[in-house]
Structures are given as C-alpha cells and as structure tokens.
Design a protein. Structure first.
Length: 81
C-alpha cells in the first residue's frame, strides 16, 4: 500500500496523542520494486521493515495494518513477538 492512504487518519491520531509513521510498501507507489533492493521474499521484506522500525522508534510499537500491509504485519508479529 501507498503511505498516502493514511493521509487523513494521521492528523486525527496525532491529535489524540499517538506518534505515527507511514510507509509505502516495496513495489507500490514511488517505492522501488522489491527484487532490486530487498530480495524477493516477503520474509526478507518484513525483516527490512523490522529494522526500519527499530532504527526509527527504538521501542515497542503498535502496528495498524491494512490490505497488503497485513501480510507484513502478520509476519512481523510471528518473527518479532
């Protein structure tokens, strides 16, 4: 999914006191195709997302997942409980 799908929700969540981040999944919108940069498995892409979360947040997070992002969310939950 493209991060712009969440454009209208983020201000409301931020106003409610949440810290929000959005991503564009590999191969969607302006993001490069996964094979070129992250390998071709969903697991390797989920690992990349986990490292991004670690480097940007440094603390436990609550993921709100949607559509194709659900696959990454479920993989992350299983690999990094």
């Amino acid at each position: 999914d493209d991060m712009f799908l969440w454009e209208k929700q983020v201000p409301a969540l931020t106003a409610a006191g949440y810290r929000c981040g959005r991503i564009t999944l590999p191969g969607f919108g302006p993001a490069p195709e996964p094979r070129q940069f992250w390998g071709n498995s969903f697991a390797s892409q989920a690992d990349l997302l986990a490292s991004t979360i670690d480097s940007q947040c440094g603390q436990p997070v609550t993921l709100v997942i949607h559509d194709w992002g659900s696959l990454y969310g479920f993989l992350l939950e299983n690999r990094y409980p």
